[in-house]
Design a protein around this ligand. Structure first.
Ligand code: SF4
Ligand code: SF4
Length: 91
């Protein structure tokens, strides 16, 4: 059977499903000196918050705070900052 690649979390929801339910919860800070625009964070974001525009990573403002981009960035270029009073969707 084919699987989606997302782990089952949050009472049976996938990470993707859980993140979609939560909405914007965090700001993304990217250190442009460290980021080499490899696109890994774009690929892993479950809500498609990140994309590449003119050789830089930009966001749409729908971050759920799941932390996947921060965890997967090989250059430690991303920091997520949860908005006041918010908890990460999947941590
Ligand atoms: S994974 Fe890290 S280095 Fe790669 S594009 Fe994203 S922020 Fe930049
Ligand atoms: S923390 Fe990163 S991977 Fe998770 S929703 Fe926000 S931008 Fe996407």
């Amino acid at each position: 059977m084919k699987t989606s690649g997302f782990r089952r979390i949050n009472n049976g929801k996938t990470m993707k499903e859980a993140a979609k339910v939560q909405g914007k919860k965090a700001d993304i800070i990217i250190d442009t000196k460290l980021c080499k625009v490899c696109g890994i964070c774009v690929e892993f974001c479950p809500v498609n918050n990140l994309f590449i525009d003119e050789r830089k990573i930009v966001e749409k403002g729908v971050c759920s705070g799941c932390g996947m981009c921060e965890e997967r960035c090989p250059d430690f270029a991303i920091t997520i900052r949860l908005l006041h009073g918010q908890e990460a969707a999947t941590r």
